[in-house]
Design a protein around this ligand. Structure first.
Ligand code: NAD
Length: 261
């Protein structure tokens, strides 16, 4: 006889309620679709209400469940209202993917040219938004003695790329926040990890990687090809599952082996 329990249902996400912020497009949208396909119920918490609703509708058309709730992660009342709606509708909150961020709209420029207002806005949404969302869902997760929080950082923080210091600073903050929150919530069965995607191609056009940077990154990747949102979903599903219970405060880089923490 072994001295531990063998879990019979590995990676089972059936009916797990997972809030995914900023899931109206890009990586968040792929997460919402993948979680629904895995049997979970994604809650799309998106600033752009129409985009969020359209992702939820697309998922419901496949026969799966999904709910869209217009949310501004930088507004405390909005995050509390979201948690209340999800609690009332489903009676639980199993996961939170802090994916929303100011990213694809960023204009690359030297740190000396970043307007202070833009610096403050990025720190507010990308850092304070994670703080507020985590505070909004933590009471429910603690009560259930189960919760999975995944903070979407960026592999760019390991490289120290130039052109968007505010963004790099905001995504670096998430690594420390995940580690500290892991300690604060670990005793309640809630894990907190950071997922660091490499430069990932989505349906959204953007100018956050110069052609030269992109070429150099592709050449240096161990798996030398472009990254897509589908490359990230397996790690997110694992981090949200009961099987990742003993993994917390960690930083997982999914960038095809370009950087190594
Ligand atoms: N795509 C990449 O190459 C890449 C690489 C590393 C990390 N990331 C991170 O992954 C996440 C998703 O990336 P993406 O490429 O899909 O970005 P994106 O810019 O295409 O999407 C971000 C989403 O967040 C939403 N959002 C912005 N502010 C919000 C707010 N206050 N409240 C709620 N929603 C808000 C936007 O409306 C949008 O739908 C971001 O956090 C990004 O920083 C992306």
């Amino acid at each position: 006889m072994v001295g531990y329990d063998i879990v019979s249902e590995r990676f089972d996400l059936s009916n797990r309620v997972v809030i995914i912020t900023g899931a109206g497009q890009g990586i968040g949208r792929a997460f919402a679709q993948a979680f629904a396909a895995a049997g979970a119920i994604p809650v799309i918490a998106e600033l752009k209400a129409d985009a969020g609703e359209s992702v939820a509708e697309g998922i419901r058309e496949t026969g799966a469940q999904a709910l869209a709730v217009a949310t501004d992660v930088g507004d405390e009342q909005s995050t509390l209202a979201l948690a209340a709606v999800v609690q009332e509708r489903f009676g639980r909150i199993d996961g939170l993917i802090n994916n929303a961020g100011i990213f694809s709209t960023i204009k690359m420029r030297s740190f000396s040219e970043i307007p202070l207002a833009e610096w403050n806005q990025i720190m507010h949404v990308n850092v304070t938004g994670v703080f507020l969302m985590t505070r909004a869902v933590a009471p429910m997760m603690k009560k259930q003695r189960f919760g999975r929080i995944i903070n979407i950082s960026s592999a760019a923080v390991t490289m120290g790329r130039s052109g968007y210091l505010h963004y790099i600073a905001s995504k670096s903050a998430l690594l420390g926040m995940s580690r500290s929150l892991a300690h604060e919530l670990g005793g309640d069965g809630v894990t907190v990890n950071s997922l660091l995607p490499g430069a990932t191609d989505t349906e959204v056009e953007r100018a956050t990687v110069s052609p030269e940077q992109r070429k150099a990154m592709l050449a240096m990747r161990s798996v030398s090809r472009a990254e897509t949102p589908e490359d990230l979903v397996g790690t997110a599903l694992f981090l949200a599952s009961p099987d990742s219970a003993f993994l917390t405060g960690q930083s997982l880089t999914v960038d095809g082996g370009l950087t190594h923490l």
